[in-house]
Design a protein around this ligand. Structure first.
Ligand code: CAA
Length: 379
């Protein structure tokens, strides 16, 4: 078993770390406070190849492996989890889904522009009454011969107002339940498409999360992904990989908070010594570091499974389940180590604590991860 990263991996990690420190750190507090989308920074992420990392170069991607993606996600999430969710959705859900299951025409038309970062994509599964129970799609895609007539509402959509291309799950054959769902590529400019309200969120406030409304949107048949009724399996397959991205986001939030807490503990004095000299603080740091290393190993294991062509539904869900818990616990402890300073914005850890919570909710709650894991265990 080889735990060494290759030179290429280390180079990607360093590039992501540099980008996070020089481009994302300045202004991250203000973007969080004012819910400002990091537009310029996301554009640069595209130019640097962070938005289509794993896509084949023939479609303008970086041709990198999933391990590289995990490393980059960790570094970017240490600083700005709002930027990293944009990156994660575009890479894991939209680009990967199109590359794996799209037609050559769909790849040429959409993937080439998504992978280069020229445009952003969104993944639209959740609905007001279909979150964890994703089979209960109320959005309909009526078969009209050479097009689908799309009607309904989607909720909690990351990149909701900034995307140009939306992968939308909708029910065509309700009698077939989840086997009647289709996945359609919807363009922002299609008549009848409307961006709804923006969510005012606890965390990842720089990312834009919206509801979307579809009213008699005519989606050409050639925009369906896969065969008729493939939409639910498409969504599940895409989410298996998406969970590796969110697991590494959670890992980054945790390791970012840990690094801040470690530095603070070395500088801050109380009772005549640096607080790092107190065992109460040392025990916290030891727990944080141990949990983060374990979370990183799970993330890298899931990434290696995907890269090696092994099944990664279980390892991806395990990585997300564990890393998101570690993110929550670590950020709470990082605030505690900072004391009163941890409770104010300038020290970053309160934002990381708020950002951590979503990693236990989106792309399947922790409870859903346990369902996915146990399904695999009991197969
Ligand atoms: N991988 C592949 N296929 C899967 C799967 C998985 N992890 N989980 C389920 N399936 C398949 C099953 O094999 C089954 O297929 P067949 O009918 O062909 O046999 C089908 O899906 C239905 O499975 P179940 O009967 O087990 O369905 P269920 O309703 O009991 O459970 C679920 C399914 C796992 C709970 C699923 O609904 C689920 O994952 N829910 C969570 C949805 C989710 O993660 N939403 C996140 C929204 S996207 C987002 O957050 C993005 C963002 O903006 C950041």
């Amino acid at each position: 078993m080889n735990f060494e990263l290759t030179e290429e991996h280390l180079a990607v990690q360093e590039a992501a770390r540099d980008f996070a420190q020089t481009e994302l750190l300045p202004g991250v507090i203000e973007r969080d406070e004012h819910q400002k989308f990091p537009a310029e920074q996301v554009k640069k992420m595209g130019e640097l190849g962070f938005l289509g990392m794993m896509v084949d170069p023939q479609y303008n991607g970086g041709g990198m492996d999933t391990v590289s993606y995990v490393l980059a996600m960790e570094e970017i999430s240490k600083v700005d989890a709002s930027a990293s969710v944009v990156m994660s959705v575009n890479n894991s859900l939209v680009c990967w889904g199109l590359e794996k299951y799209g037609t050559e025409e769909q790849k040429q038309k959409y993937l080439t522009r998504l992978a280069s970062g020229e445009i952003l994509g969104a993944f639209c599964l959740s609905e007001p009454e279909a979150g964890s129970d994703a089979t209960m799609q109320r959005t309909t895609a009526e078969d009209k011969g050479d097009y689908y007539l799309l009607n309904g509402t989607k909720n909690w959509i990351t990149n909701g107002s900034t995307a140009s291309v939306y992968l939308v799950m909708a029910q065509t054959h309700p009698e077939l339940r989840h086997k009647g769902i289709n996945a359609l590529i919807v363009e922002r400019t299609m008549p009848g498409f409307e961006v709804g309200a923006k969510e005012n969120k606890l965390g990842i406030r720089g990312s834009d999360t919206h509801s979307l409304l579809f009213t008699d949107v005519k989606v050409p048949k050639e925009n369906r992904i896969g065969e008729d009724g493939f939409g639910f399996r498409f969504a599940m397959s895409v989410l298996n990989g998406g969970r590796i991205g969110i697991a590494s986001q959670a890992l980054g939030i945790a390791s970012g908070a840990y690094e801040l807490a470690l530095n603070y503990a070395r500088q801050r004095k109380s009772f005549g010594v640096e607080i790092a000299k107190h065992q109460a603080i040392q025990f916290k740091l030891a727990d944080m570091a141990t949990n983060i290393d374990a979370a990183r190993l799970l993330c890298l294991q899931a990434a290696s499974d995907k890269d090696a062509g092994r099944d990664y539904a279980k390892s991806g869900a395990m990585a997300k389940l564990f890393a998101s818990r570690v993110a929550m616990e670590t950020t709470i402890e990082a605030v505690q180590i900072h004391g009163g300073y941890g409770f104010v914005k300038e020290y970053h850890v309160e934002r990381l604590m708020r950002d951590a919570k979503i990693t236990q909710i989106y792309e399947g709650t922790s409870e859903i991860q346990k369902i996915v894991i146990s399904r695999e265990l009991l197969k």
